[in-house]
Ligand binder design. Structure first.
Ligand code: ADP
Ligand code: G6P
Length: 526
């Protein structure tokens, strides 16, 4: 897009802990670039290809930090994204990411705690809250404020996810009302009982900060509703009226809205055509042979419910021995957050369980379960084309993009088994086979139903699922949020003739001066 046109557009600032790329240093001072993993990066990475975006993320490794230091705190154009990495000290980052964000907040929001025993909020947790989570959120806010400097056109700041709940308050203090702050929460927002685990002070800081935003986006209306209820219940002087999607507090309004995230339909379909995907697909075909395929594709993550999925497969083999030798379960699993004990334990349990089931059920010609551990997006897409059954059975999941990617690229009229606690349930439930993630027996029966379904029913369901996803790609998700932010700018400008709020018609800074501070700008103080 020519710069002259782009300069009329708002500057979109995406802020997330994990950036779109991670870096590996080479000996000659150059860096190899890899795509970041997880649903957030999958969805937002696609958008950044089409819009001018400044993306502020955190260095997550030594090599990321080296890349950031080489660029001295400036934003750098990497594949058309202006990327700036903040560089918290390693210890600070550890406290923020491995003590507070994962597991504490993630576990609360996915309701994973075993509350008679865990968590224990100790003095160390409080230290991590202040010196890790709070400090890193402040650094993010300072980096954004510095990067947007005196940009004249509308600036829309989109903080992503549970790592950044304190960012709206810090940023508002630094930049006032001239920017729209619109966080999006990718994970479930549970009701007031789940949040009682968090000490009142931490909870109030989170909720109060989120209310410094103009709008808060959620995956489903249920999550938005729960957020409103939490604010009303836990904070004094917060009210909602009418449709219950607007909170009034201290003279300000904050809306809580659902914007269900999706995949980039064209980009995902293009991936299918890439030579690497085709090669991996033919390799997988030789592994699968003429067996029917039950597939799962997940981060190794307790909320994904991988153990009960294995158990359901074993139950199927017990209840319907005729499937032995004819059906294979393939689990493509990405290692995730291994610094957190619960994740390491979970990986160990999965490998042990899969090994035990293979020992119990295999014969000389048949291996019932194959687990492939590794982050390989092309392989994941190749496998999704081949499934007869896609098992998506999380205990809780903000959306679950695998469900959407799967139904989009599958070539076998495969069935989708979908947990009623995945955000994707609300869009896909009519043609999926819906299960309770806790019901192992019910999940085994759903697999049987999928494998024995008449071809015409399979085809119809698969077509319907595909068209739901095709008609609501990630572009809608993004456009809806930007549209709402721009509408707010417009009403702000029209209601205040003296306002200094930037307008879309003002002459604008160039893409680089908008996105990137000058090379002489100092790296934010660590
Ligand atoms: P989450 O965000 O919790 O990880 P999602 O299903 O929303 O879950 O998104 C996960 C993203 O990561 C999807 O784009 C998916 O294709 C990708 N992914 C998941 N597992 C793998 C894997 N084993 N290899 C490569 N990519 C994967
Ligand atoms: C989920 C979260 C994202 C996160 C991703 C991968 O999708 O919602 O915020 O980036 O998991 O997790 P990680 O901790 O590896 O970034």
């Amino acid at each position: 897009m020519p710069e002259s046109t782009r300069s009329q557009e708002p500057l979109i600032v995406i802020v997330s802990n994990r950036g779109p790329y991670s870096f590996t240093a080479n000996e000659d001072g150059t860096f190899d670039i890899q795509r970041g993993s997880g649903g957030l990066v999958t969805a937002l990475g696609a958008l950044a290809e089409k819009h001018e975006v400044l993306w502020v993320a955190s260095a997550m490794s030594k090599d990321d930090r080296a890349w950031a230091e080489q660029h001295q705190g400036t934003a750098v154009d990497v594949d058309d994204i202006f990327l700036r990495l903040i560089t918290p000290r390693a210890r600070q980052y550890e406290l923020y990411y491995n003590v507070i964000a994962n597991p504490l907040l993630w576990f609360i929001q996915h309701e994973l705690w075993n509350i008679p025993r865990t968590p224990s909020i100790t003095a160390d947790t409080w230290r991590a809250w202040k010196r890790g989570y709070t400090a890193v959120n402040r650094q993010f806010a300072e980096a954004i404020a510095e990067s947007i400097g005196d940009v004249q056109r509308p600036v829309i700041v989109l903080p992503q996810d549970y790592h950044l709940y304190l960012l709206p308050a810090f940023l508002r203090d630094l930049v006032g009302d001239r920017v729209q702050i619109q966080p999006f929460v990718h994970i479930p927002w549970p009701g007031i009982d789940a949040w009682r685990i968090l000490p009142g002070q931490m909870r109030d800081e989170i909720l109060t900060s989120m209310l410094k935003s103009d709008r808060v986006g959620f995956q489903t209306t249920k999550d938005a509703f729960n957020f409103v209820q939490n604010c009303r219940f836990y904070l004094p002087d917060v009210h909602s009226r009418g449709t219950r999607d607007t909170l009034f507090h201290g003279g300000k309004e904050t809306r809580a809205l659902a914007y269900p995230i999706s995949v980039d339909v064209e980009r995902t379909q293009r991936l299918v055509e890439e030579p690497q995907t085709k090669l991996l697909k033919s390799q997988l075909i030789s592994v699968i042979g003429d067996q029917r395929l039950i597939l799962r594709v997940d981060r190794i993550e307790p909320s994904k419910n991988i153990l009960r999925g294995l158990e359901a497969f074993a139950t199927l083999l017990d209840s319907y021995p005729e499937y032995r030798g004819k059906v294979k379960m393939l689990a493509l699993l990405v290692p995730s957050r291994l610094e957190v004990d619960e994740y390491q334990d979970y990986l160990r349990d999965i490998m042990a369980q899969a090994g035990l089931f293979n020992a119990q059920y295999s014969d000389p010609f048949w291996e019932p379960i194959r687990v492939i551990v590794g982050d390989h997006y092309h392989r994941a897409i190749a496998a999704m084309q081949l499934y007869d059954v896609l098992l998506v059975n999380p205990i809780a999941d903000g959306m679950n993009l695998v469900a959407k990617e799967g139904v989009l690229v599958n070539e076998k009229d495969g069935s989708l088994i979908l947990s009623e606690h995945a955000g994707a349930f609300y869009e896909l439930h009519e043609d999926a086979l819906v299960v309770s993630p806790f019901d192992v027996h019910g999940t085994a029966e759903a697999i049987h139903q999928a494998l024995s379904m008449p071809p015409e029913e399979r085809r119809l369901r698969a077509e319907n699922l595909r068209s739901v996803v095709q008609n609501a790609g990630v572009q809608h998700w993004f456009d809806d949020q930007v549209r709402d932010a721009l509408a707010a700018f417009a009403s702000h400008v029209s209601s205040s003739s003296t306002s200094s709020t930037p307008s879309a018609n003002k002459s604008a800074a160039s893409p680089t001066d908008a996105g990137a501070p000058s090379p002489t700008t100092a790296t934010p103080k660590e």
